[in-house]
Ligand binder design. Sequence first.
Ligand code: SAT
Ligand code: MN
Length: 580
Amino acid sequence: MLSDLKHWVDECIALTAPSAVHWCDGSAGEYAGLVETMLKDGSLVSLDQSRHPGCYLHRSDPNDVARTEHLTFICTTDKDDAGPNNNWMSPAEAKAKVRPLFENAMRGRTMYVIPYLMGPAGSPFSKAGVEITDSAYVAANMHIMTRVGQIALDRMQETGEYVPGLHSLGDLSPERRFILHFPEEKLIWSVGSGYGGNALLGKKCFALRIASHMARQQSWMAEHMLIIGVEQPSGEETFIAAAFPSASGKTNLAMLVSTLADQGYRVRTVGDDIAWMFIDGNGQLRAINPEAGFFGVAPGTSLATNPVAMQTVDKNTIFTNVAMTADGNPWWEGIGSPPPEGMINWRGMVWDRTGTAAHPNSRFTAPARQCPSISPRWEDPAGVPISAIVFGSRRSSLIPLVYEAFNWQHGVFVGAGLGSETTAAATGAVGVVRRDPMAMLPFCGYNMGDYFRHWLDMGKRMKNPPRIFRVNWFLKDNSGKFLWPGYGENIRVFKWILSRLRGAGGAEETPLGFMPGPGDLDVSGLTFQQHALDQLFHVDRDGWQRAADGMEQFFQPFGERMPAEIWLEHRAFRSRLRHR
Ligand code: SAT
Ligand code: MN
């Protein structure tokens, strides 16, 4: 196996012609060396080390600040295998087109070879990858986001398997930027971007796009989901996985500080972005977090909205595209303090108060182990048992605060019909509703018709499939104000979910699913106008018929690949809207 790795690395050296090759061992000394290199070449700025020890700021190219979905391709032999949900090129065409961009791309640069493990040490579910990159920033981020070094080489030796990924900054031009996935040979090529999900190949490229393809073949699931443990008064912990689109509050929810802590409800963090889920010998779904760090959105993070994240990023954190105060501290919109004089904006210029100081998609990369709410079980090699799956997204209207699907098949339909308002996490318009099934639209590495089929099949293989819920924290009233306080108060919704799992929670049957009836949701201590509560649980039948039209338009192009069960659920839904 390792000779196979050596062979691939030699090929990449011949193709990209680096001036030096560095094999990463994942050590603290190596990380310090990467930081030193970047401080010297100016790609990293040191922040106030007395306030923020080990914290640095990186400013990416202004053209390279978010994922670029239109430059992201799934390269399968048959176009239908990529599906209408993906951009497609044939593997031969993709390689012919993009190989020239790698030719001599690393001349004058150091090539980092990064063996990394996705998932906890010793877990049978963890998988190895190797990223080759000419970016020290990527190498340093991979140190935080994955487990780098011998641990990964050992795994490759054991299993004879790894996912190779070749990455080069190229010239950072979007004209010559491609993020290519070859699921059939489990290979990733990425060129022309140094940013986040485009460049940290363990994350979206491997752990979601390639892994989702592997998961279907091997009967497991790779999902865009956070994982939390919710403790209830009895002390029992219930684990829940929740899918939300990028930049829609997954990190905040994963680190939720419960306002019902005095009642005994608390949340612990297992993961904030990706869940790999497997069915164990007893038919129970279990999840691991394949990542070792958080790549979270900075703007809006404050001591009020997410105190746990604020503590997590106090030290050993790489900030990307945030603003910097004159005394060298990170700053962003919504940090909870007014912008001081003399701020340097995300582009590295004195901020004249036009535009935002921090980029809306500015990020922090922080080690999960230093998160105060991290669960003692976050590295459990057996994973944690998942009792509920939650689908959420940003919707300022239509979608009620919470409802529960009637059963697994209906829940798959609820996930398949998920729509969300777009965010700054990807380039393009912000705030327009698009269909984003299971929050996986940008990340499903194959035809989504087959993906829905896989979900349906997985449900049949489980003894007690997790119950499925839909939530929406983002409803607004006519004046544009949020109807629900969100953040730590979201624990109230989880309290209801837990009571449903125990078979104790009251609910009313609606065309959408089971919804808390009057008195079923604990809103004690919240000052609520009755009409606000009514709006949070309103079922707008006409609005839902239009949403069902939108789903139909989205589902139609999948043709034969679309499971009949989804259409069945769609018809049943329309008829419930008319009759019930
Ligand atoms: O840039 S990333 O893709 O890693 C973050 C996200 O969009 O979820
Ligand atoms: Mn994400």
